[in-house]
Design a protein around this ligand. Structure first.
Ligand code: PFF
Length: 513
């Protein structure tokens, strides 16, 4: 194959709205409903919104502009884009997509599988009068310890297989016929379902008391560093930043793209969705508190299980059509989850195809089989504990460390102004010079401060009360192994130099426009 043919493999979005919906689909996921609501609940309701919005403005928005700008300029996946900045940074792209693909998505797909199970349970409210017992003792049959693996829960394994099949089916069909088409179907359905849930929730008795807990911040929590750590990692998680996804998706855009405007649209839709979903969640919790004449803090005891314990409890209490409410709620979680999981499979596939030029279909198929097998550990009776530890380490450290290196690579080892020039070239709304300062100084400094606090917290007590061996072997080592894998792949030679690959594209684009 000639250099030109090698470089021409890059797919394209068919429509601009297709790109926006696919990126919004990646951003809006379980994180917006399952994760955001439990973090909000855990961190004093509305008190969480303050650090959340600060994190959004100082780090979230500058970094999404950076990622979309970088992928668009370099016309490559995360590894190819970082390799085009400098070969020394290629490992960063690989590390990001590797720990997300072989870490976050492995447990993420299991949570989508739980949602699929609960979608069916909702038909006859199978969780009965004690959803907490049902969740841990009947559904997960949790051993409570990460080293007592127990058995695989076949009911979860079965729905997990369906989820991985859907992941495969969508990504296998390609960017236009798979990802873009799926997003155009999924996102309107998701918006409709969520709007129905919110409006329904707000009409329930006691809903307003629930919303008041959500919107009236308990500022005593603001000084708690853990609240800030959660807010920053949530911003990365929710915007799929540091995942390598935005970079890959932006590489399929045409040259004339309004990068700043699109970044703000994606961020705005995503965060508005979270805030509104929070209203729905707290309205329902308010109803539950009202009907059991207890304060919200007493009706909700679970954090990670909020969606699977508190919500089913509330659903069972609804005066009418409770199963329909349950079906809508868990159905929307499945759709939100799938539109996110497909995005990392695409980001990883695009990394491998850019570097090794293997057939895309073969890569997607192999990846989904390995992904399914890797997820199985989370379907065991120790699954929820593994999930908790891996989620903590990858989101609290992996995403934040990756983002610090991202700022360093672009801010200090690449001419950040050059990237800003590129971003602003076709943009009506320009990234101001202050953006350079954010990328070079503000964002990395804040992220380093968050990282140091997380580490101090980590050393002061064992996360979640797990044994140090569990924390080291399951949490820390997950980051180390994926880093090692990233370094090995990064040292492998390219079939076509990443910079040359980009130049061929640039030449081709210039002829077109
Ligand atoms: N942005 C997603 C969410 O908030 O749920 C996070 C995500 C997880 C994206 C896993 C992609 C992914 F594969």
């Amino acid at each position: 194959m000639s250099k030109k043919q090698l470089a021409h493999h890059r797919p394209k979005w068919k429509t601009h709205i297709g790109f926006v919906l696919a990126t919004v689909g990646s951003a809006i996921g379980l994180g917006n409903i399952w994760r955001f609501s439990y973090l909000c609940y855990k961190n004093g309701g509305g008190a969480f919104l303050f650090p959340y919005l600060i994190a959004l403005f100082v780090v979230g928005i500058p970094l999404i502009i950076l990622e979309i700008g970088l992928g668009h300029k370099m016309r490559g996946s995360a590894p190819a884009s970082f390799a085009s900045v400098s070969k020394k940074w290629e490992w960063l792209g690989w590390w990001q997509i590797t720990f997300v693909m072989f870490g976050i998505v492995l447990y993420y797909s299991v949570i989508i599988a739980w949602c699929l199970n609960y979608f069916f349970f909702a038909f006859d409210l199978s969780w009965g009068a004690t959803p907490d017992k049902f969740f841990t003792e009947t559904f997960l049959i949790s051993t409570g310890s990460p080293f007592q693996i127990g058995n695989i829960r076949t009911i979860i394994l079965f729905s997990l297989a369906i989820i991985w099949f859907l992941n495969w089916f969508i990504v296998f069909k390609g960017v236009q016929n798979g990802l873009e088409r799926a997003s155009k179907i999924f996102m309107p359905i998701l918006f409709l379902l969520t709007a129905t849930i919110i409006l329904w929730g707000l009409r329930l008795e006691g809903a307003m008391e629930g919303v008041a807990v959500y919107l009236k911040p308990d500022f005593s929590q603001i000084t708690n560093i853990k609240v800030w750590m959660d807010a920053f990692s949530q911003i990365f998680f929710t915007l799929s930043l540091g995942f390598g996804i935005m970079i890959a998706y932006a590489s399929y855009l045409p040259k004339k793209t309004q990068i700043v405007r699109d970044s703000l649209i994606i961020t705005g839709i995503n965060c508005l969705f979270s805030l509104l979903a929070g209203v729905g969640v707290f309205a329902v919790l308010g109803y539950m508190a009202h009907s059991s004449s207890l304060p919200i803090s007493e009706v909700v005891t679970e954090s990670i299980g909020l969606a699977f314990v508190a919500f089913p409890k509330a659903i069972s209490l609804l005066p009418a059509f409770s199963n329909i409410f349950g079906i809508l709620f868990f159905g929307s979680l499945v759709i939100a989850g799938l539109s996110s999981s497909i995005s990392i499979i695409e980001a990883f596939t695009s990394g491998i195809v850019d570097k090794f030029h293997y057939s895309r279909k073969m890569v997607v198929s192999a990846l989904c089989i390995v992904g399914f097998l890797g997820s199985i550990i989370f379907t065991t009776q120790a699954g929820i504990n593994w999930l908790d530890i891996v989620d903590h380490f990858l989101t609290q450290y992996g995403l934040i460390l990756g983002a610090i290196f991202e700022c360093l690579a672009i801010g200090w080892f690449f001419k950040v102004n050059k990237l800003r020039g590129h971003i602003n070239h076709y943009s009506g709304w320009k990234a101001p010079i202050f953006w350079n300062f954010c990328i070079k100084v503000i964002s990395p400094l804040i992220l380093v401060a968050i990282l140091i606090s997380s580490l101090t917290e980590e050393f002061s007590h064992n996360y979640g009360g797990y044994s140090p061996v569990a924390i080291i072997l399951i949490g820390r080592d997950w980051l180390i192994y994926t880093l090692f894998a990233a370094l090995v792949i990064a040292f492998h030679p390219w079939r076509l130099d990443p910079r040359k690959r980009m130049l061929v594209h640039e030449h081709d684009q210039k002829k077109k426009y």
